[in-house]
Write a protein that binds this ligand. Structure first.
Ligand code: GLC
Length: 469
């Protein structure tokens, strides 16, 4: 692959990725002496430490500066509680602020140092990857075993009350896929992009975020496929790090439950299960494909996911990256929308999760095509938060940390990225607003154009029915 893409292009991409991560790096000490060091996803919009972003950042940092990768993960652990709970977002250097606080799932509206809800748990997976890149600190792999065990035990104890091996989320953003259309039917008016989300948070606040009590009292909770795939990957990593087979057995239970309960043989996709009745959420999103990342997945299932979905140009085979929602879904939206970002755009972590699985199953050419298209996206638009999978437009936040995951998909080349000067990046709210305005205008004009074409089309040829393309 390196020869096909060219070492110089890869070296340039690595230097740019380094510049983004280094510019977004924040370190310091709290008044009580607690140290922190982490990468903001994208200042000024995302200034705090997010759980899964940090894991992705560490996975990339390990290519450039393993010490930073270690500090990022240690900081995440430091933000957690002694009982094993690790928050979705931690506000280290910069409080949530009165304007933002109501948007965050915190215990109170001010003064909290972190949220009280979780995010997709891939810490052990990231820890293992960083440990493997830490010959300079051989003890790193085992130094946090107790804390990691507590974390995964907390998840099992608090988030799997029906003991079926699948953990639940109680807020849509706990998966990281905040406004995914797969949650519309469950959360309805309390969806992440609707005003009722405030009530969802308030409701959890009143129950002190006691997830067992919340799951028992309310029906809006989801056994999410993507969350459970990462949970299983984390348990497998923990088993390898600790040598404790119990975590392998737990991973196996989760993997088995995914196939036994979430797999739909007829549609050839995995569905999240909602509420106490385990109602399948039949909306095809990249979550439905995520079990491909599990090496235990039976071959016939993997093949169907790939052949019938990943390779189908009506579904997931888009010109750029992999869309977050199947292009065939009525809810699919490729472009920019206020507060909605997981309804179609291509994110880099999707390709990062699925491309290695494509290679493992013998689809190297398709994997290469996807990676090459991602490289084009970054070369044209930089490391944006997400991209339009149809026309390649770069969208939302700039200098977005986990988009550098592309580095992890490309071969390593001799480069001097670490010599790129570190310029702290703070972003500029005016520029952000301006670029959001431009994206919104482009999207609106596309929609107005599409509506006009549709009207014209139906007035010219109403006989055949169907939709213009
Ligand atoms: C958005 C994304 C979420 C991410 C956060 C910080 O809310 O939906 O997955 O963790 O931004 O980047």
């Amino acid at each position: 692959m390196s020869s096909a893409i060219g070492d110089r292009r890869i070296a340039r991409l690595r230097a740019d990725a380094y510049r983004v991560l280094a510019g977004n790096w924040r370190e310091g000490r709290l008044a009580d002496g607690t140290r922190y060091g982490f990468t903001c996803p994208a200042p000024p919009r995302y200034r705090h430490q997010w759980y899964w972003d940090s894991c992705f950042h560490a996975i990339v940092w390990r290519h450039f500066a393993p010490a930073r990768a270690r500090e990022e993960l240690r900081t995440l652990l430091r933000g957690g509680r002694l009982d094993g709970f690790i928050p979705h977002t931690i506000f280290w250097h910069d409080g949530a602020g009165w304007r933002r606080a109501p948007f965050y799932a915190t215990h109170s509206l001010h003064g909290d140092r972190a949220t009280a809800h979780i995010q997709t748990p891939l810490l052990a997976l990231a820890w293992e990857a960083v440990a493997a890149a830490s010959p300079d600190e051989p003890g790193f792999g085992v130094e946090a075993l107790d804390a990691l065990r507590l974390h995964y035990d907390w998840l099992e104890c608090h988030r799997d009350p029906d003991r079926d091996g699948l953990i639940s989320i109680i807020h849509p953003d706990e998966s990281g896929l905040d406004d995914s259309p797969k949650y519309d039917a469950v959360f309805g008016w309390m969806s992440h992009y609707r005003p009722g989300y405030f009530w969802l948070v308030e409701r959890s606040r009143r129950l002190r975020y006691d997830s067992r009590a919340i799951i028992a009292r309310y029906d809006e909770h989801v056994e999410d496929v993507l969350v459970n795939v990462f949970y299983a990957l984390g348990l497998r990593a923990l088993a390898r790090l600790s040598g404790n087979r119990v975590y392998d057995e737990r991973a196996q239970r989760t993997e088995h439950a995914l196939v036994a309960r979430c797999w739909d043989e007829e549609r050839g996709l995995f569905w999240d299960l909602a509420g106490r009745d385990h109602t399948p959420l039949r909306v095809s999103t990249w979550s439905s494909l995520a079990p491909l990342a599990l090496s235990s997945l039976p071959e016939p299932i993997a093949r169907r996911l790939i052949v019938d979905h990943v390779l189908d140009p009506r579904r997931y085979r888009s010109p750029f990256g992999i869309p977050s929602v199947s292009m065939e879904e009525p809810s699919f939206r490729a472009g920019w929308h206020l507060f909605r970002c997981w309804r179609g755009p291509a994110w880099m972590n999707t390709a990062w999760l699925l491309v290695p699985a494509l290679r493992r199953h013998g689809y190297a050419a398709e994997a290469d095509r996807i990676v090459a298209s991602c490289l084009t996206l970054v070369e044209r638009h930089g490391f944006r938060e997400y991209y339009n999978p149809l026309n390649g437009e770069g969208l939302a936040a700039r200098r977005f940390g986990w988009s550098t995951l592309l580095v992890d998909l490309l071969p390593s080349v001799a480069d001097r990225s670490h010599e790129v000067p570190e310029t702290p990046f703070h972003g500029n709210p005016r520029e952000e607003l301006l670029s959001m305005g431009v994206e919104a205008a482009a999207e609106t004009s596309r929609r107005v154009g599409a509506a006009a074409r549709k009207r014209l089309w139906s007035s010219q040829d109403g006989r055949t029915g169907g939709e213009p393309t």
